[in-house]
Write a protein that binds this ligand. Structure first.
Ligand code: GTP
Ligand code: MG
Length: 137
């Protein structure tokens, strides 16, 4: 089995979708091996999204991701990275397939309810960014 990292983003927490999103994650065969509610600082978000720092939406992304709590989690399943990106759907919820988490719960392209790692390597980097060894089971 492999692992991926996810965040339920501030929009979905504000809109009361944490329970429904976790239910969908569990029902899709992912095991939660780490989880917490936390709020990223500006520096945290700038570092987490450093790969996007030249993009025109970078400051908007940092402002959004720091405006309230998120729920961070590490998920285990066969093909975790790829299967989780299928479950969440396209970045823009208007392009996301029916039944995907972003189709059901996202607000807009920027405020799109959930994050999912895009590779095994980034899943590990992002997991270690948010969790210490004794928080991962
Ligand atoms: P993540 O799982 O959150 O990494 O999304 P992704 O891999 O589907 O998209 P990408 O990594 O390309 O972009 C990261 C995040 O930046 C997206 O999830 C959006 O929240 C935000 N984002 C991407 N494009 C835009 C944009 O054009 N405008 C705004 N405001 N935000 C954007
Ligand atoms: Mg991404």
């Amino acid at each position: 089995k492999s692992r991926t990292f996810t965040m339920i983003k501030p929009d979905a927490v504000e809109n009361g979708h944490v329970g429904a999103i976790l239910e969908k994650i569990s029902a899709s065969g992912f095991k939660i091996v780490a989880m917490k509610m936390t709020q990223m600082s500006k520096t945290d978000a700038e570092n987490f999204y450093a790969i996007h720092n030249e993009r025109p939406f970078f400051s908007e992304l940092v402002t959004f991701m720091t405006r309230g709590p998120i729920v961070a989690a590490i998920l285990e399943k066969e093909n975790a990275v790829s299967d989780f990106r299928t479950l969440i759907g396209a970045t823009n919820p208007s392009d996301a397939a029916d039944g995907t988490i972003r189709k059901l719960f996202a607000t807009s392209l920027g405020e799109n309810a959930v994050h999912g790692s895009d590779s095994d390597e980034n899943a590990l980097i992002e997991s270690v960014f948010h969790f210490s060894g004794r928080e991962i089971f």
